[in-house]
Design a protein around this ligand. Structure first.
Ligand code: BGC
Length: 758
């Protein structure tokens, strides 16, 4: 019986394999046949990706882009925000080109399309993979209803430098967590079938190391060892590739002295040969011509360099279009390379089902009924509330019913800022401000009084830089004193003050690096005045990066980090403030005590002189003026309840070869309300052929416990999890002693030791 079942299973698997092979052959044949019909110019056209040139609906044929499309010079277009326009342009392309090849329509759908979820750094603080996948699924279904077939997401650039503005777009400082997120996002966008009308191609970016920009200044030089790349910075990109991501965007920065856009080792050797990536590679926005500034040669030379490296599609640069024919004539690139790049793009179009139906994603009916729906917004509200991190709480939160709440701060009534950076598809005016969310939630069960209290920044120009792209916060022309006075008057009769303070939405994101990551002076002054009243103050912190909060940690009774929580932010924050939702987010990035400590990250190396005793210790690795500890460590986040961790139990203290280690811990909710907890597993490989980090995240589990309830949480460790890239870049594990640590964050762990022999 068992044998028969096995035979049947084997037979079914081979049927599936055969039908997959015949599908692959059909797909390849279709594209080969098409390629055989194409002129060189038509092939180069497919490699060209201009940004959207705006045109009035109904007037596509007289737009700038029309002539180019007609001439076969466009493979795809990105950031058009209208299904009608996309449909018109698609129709134009199909009807006015010799081979009727449909266009690919892309967009930066980064954390939602119109229903906006928290910024990625906030999403990563949920540590909830099904939730993250769901957010990408909703984003894909909304974007595809509006004609979009391709998103430039997820961004998985690991960073340890909060000065870098794009910190907000990534998943923080840890490769393990970010790899899990990469996988969830790719599945969410792409689903199981790219040709379905509600799935889109994902593009992992920015390959690679973009988050290691020197000084945190955007687009800056990066330089690191290969072992660091492979062990720490590469894994999330590789995880996306392993999850089947359809495309990869190369980054602006250089790697080993060669910009990623022209780096053959990076694209051809690592991505394609080592990781077996078989989708297409797109440059970043003018990333190819920018190589002239890097000093890699003239316009023609850098375009040849990019194609030779393995880049298939040129975003905005137009150099593939205009120079590759000449380069081919001069023997600098080959027809085979151009064919290959074109083939990869056509295969992607095939996979999307565009040759079967170019209008598959242009369904105006879906666009009208499936975007920014009540149910998507309800999901976004739920998801947003899971991203909040409670950093401190001296019995201020949640706020009990019936209270008078003074809501103060420039971000309280700032709906345009709630979506945060990179919300291209959003209609910011439809977002829910905290003032609205809180007032609605309190209803007649208490009272909300409001004052702005301060501008975002004293300096108008500084404020402008942080509120561009429709993220305006109107400036108040009163003096700082007058505004504070009003805020104090409004707060005078309140039971509790909620200070909505922090960064503007565009204080982070692309080209938004900062050398000072304190709360801006204008708002800090206000916060100090509010705290000085002696009333309970909850700081609701809006931020796209870790900020330096030493004063706040010391002096403000409660701090709830809400990032930029998306279109439903105001309702979601109200849910958390009033205790309808118990905060459960955990930091995915350490918060430094001051800027001078950067980089400060949990999985650092030990050095030959680690600080063993108390800070300060002469001739040990520490600073004279600040301890080595972050202000808030990786994995940190409080709850309205308390969790008690039992001892860490292991199935064995001595393991051999491929045995599995079971690690378990009992976690109990000892408080009065239900709550979620992210139980974290770390290891330390005590001795290695190369130095190993003091701690590495290797597992996590988000659990929910009712008051008094306890659960055994268990993890399995296999030698696969112990592997790292050694000095020869061989991925393997080494026998020896390991510390196994479990806890509520990277600092408060309980440890047991095991020995693992080969
Ligand atoms: C950014 C990318 C983005 C692209 C297209 C670039 O400036 O670096 O992240 O996908 O623009 O908008």
């Amino acid at each position: 019986m068992k044998k028969n079942l096995l035979l049947l299973a084997a037979l079914m698997m081979s049927v599936v394999a055969i039908s997959q092979t015949s599908k692959d052959t059909k797909r390849q044949k279709f594209v080969n046949d098409l390629l055989a019909k194409m002129t060189l110019e038509e092939k180069l056209g497919q490699l060209n990706l201009p940004a959207s040139s705006d045109f009035v609906t109904g007037a596509v044929s007289s737009s700038d882009i029309a002539q180019k499309v007609k001439d076969g010079k466009v493979g795809g277009v990105f950031n058009i925000r209208s299904v009608t326009k996309i449909k018109e342009l698609q129709e134009f392309a199909v009807n006015n080109t010799r081979l009727h090849i449909p266009l690919l329509f892309g967009m930066d759908v980064i954390h939602g399309y119109k229903t906006i979820f928290p910024i990625p750094l906030g999403m990563s603080a949920t540590w909830d993979m099904p939730l993250i996948e769901k957010s990408a699924r909703i984003a894909a279904s909304e974007a595809s209803a509006d004609g979009i077939q391709w998103t430039f997401s997820p961004m998985v650039d690991l960073t340890r430098d909060p000065r870098w503005g794009r910190t907000s777009e990534g998943n923080g400082e840890d490769a393990f967590l970010s790899s899990a997120i990469a996988k969830a996002m790719v599945h969410g966008y792409q689903g199981d079938d790219l040709s379905a009308p509600n799935t889109i191609i994902s593009c992992v970016k920015h390959y690679a190391l973009y988050g290691a920009a020197e000084g945190g200044r955007d687009y800056n030089t990066t330089d690191m060892s290969r072992v660091r790349m492979y062990n720490e910075y590469f894994p999330p990109y590789k995880a996306a590739v392993d999850a089947g991501v359809g495309s990869v965007m190369v980054s602006f920065n250089e790697i080993d002295g060669v910009p990623a856009s022209g780096n053959k080792w990076l694209v051809d050797d690592v991505l394609r040969k080592q990781w077996k990536f078989n989708g297409f590679v797109v440059s970043d926005y003018t990333g190819i011509p920018e190589m002239t500034n890097h000093g890699m040669g003239d316009f023609q030379a850098v375009n040849a360099l990019a194609l030779n490296a393995g880049v298939d599609m040129d975003m905005v640069g137009e150099g593939f279009l205009n120079t590759l024919k000449k380069s081919m004539g001069e023997g600098k690139v080959t027809l085979a390379q151009i064919n290959k790049a074109c083939e990869r793009i056509l295969l992607a179009k095939y996979d999307l089902g565009l040759f079967e139906d170019p209008y598959r994603y242009c369904n105006e009916q879906r666009s009208a009924t499936e975007v920014f729906t009540a149910s998507n917004r309800a999901e976004a509200r739920k998801i947003a509330s899971q991203s909040f991190v409670l950093l401190k709480n001296n019995n201020v939160l949640p706020i009990a019913a019936g209270k008078t709440i003074a809501l103060v701060g420039p971000l309280a009534d700032a709906k345009e800022n709630m979506t945060g950076t990179w919300s291209v598809g959003a209609e910011n005016s439809k977002s829910v401000s905290l003032l609205k969310g809180l007032t609605d939630a309190v209803g007649t069960n208490g009272k909300v009084v409001y004052a702005k209290g301060s501008n975002l920044e004293d300096d108008a120009e500084m404020q402008n830089r942080q509120t561009m792209f429709g993220k305006d916060i109107a400036r108040d022309n009163r003096s700082a004193d007058e505004m504070i006075k009003e805020a104090l008057a409004v707060s005078a009769n309140a039971d509790v003050i909620v200070a909505a303070i922090g960064e503007g939405a565009e204080s982070s994101g692309e080209s938004a690096s900062k050398s000072n990551i304190d709360i801006p002076e204008a708002q800090k002054r206000l916060l100090k005045a509010l705290v000085a009243t002696g009333k309970p103050v909850a700081l609701v912190l809006f931020n796209g990066r870790p900020l330096t909060l030493s004063w706040e940690k010391e002096n403000v009774p409660a701090i709830l980090d809400v990032w930029f929580a998306g279109s439903e932010a105001g309702d979601a924050i109200a849910d958390a403030l009033l205790g309808k939702v118990n905060p459960s987010g955990k930091l995915s990035m350490s918060f430094p005590q001051n800027v001078g400590q950067i980089p400060v990250y949990y999985n650092h190396k030990n050095t030959g002189r680690p600080l063993t005793g108390k800070w300060f210790s002469k001739f040990q690795s520490n600073y004279i003026d600040v301890s080595n500890e972050p202000l808030y460590p990786f994995g940190y986040g409080l709850s309205y309840t308390k969790f008690e961790y039992g001892d860490v139990k292991v199935s064995s203290n001595a393991l051999k070869g491929n045995q599995k280690l079971k690690v378990s811990v009992n976690v109990k909710n000892t408080g009065a309300v239900a709550g979620k907890e992210v139980v974290q597993l770390y290891i330390r490989d005590e001795v290695g052929s190369i130095t190993r980090p003091v701690q590495e995240l290797k597992g996590f589990d988000k659990i929910e416990l009712a008051p008094g309830e306890s659960k055994d949480v268990s993890f399995e460790i296999t030698p696969e999890l112990l592997k790292f890239y050694n000095g020869n870049l061989k991925f393997d594990w080494e026998a020896g002693d390991f510390q196994i640590m479990v806890g509520p964050n990277s600092k408060e762990v309980k440890t047991v030791k095991v020995t693992w022999s080969k």
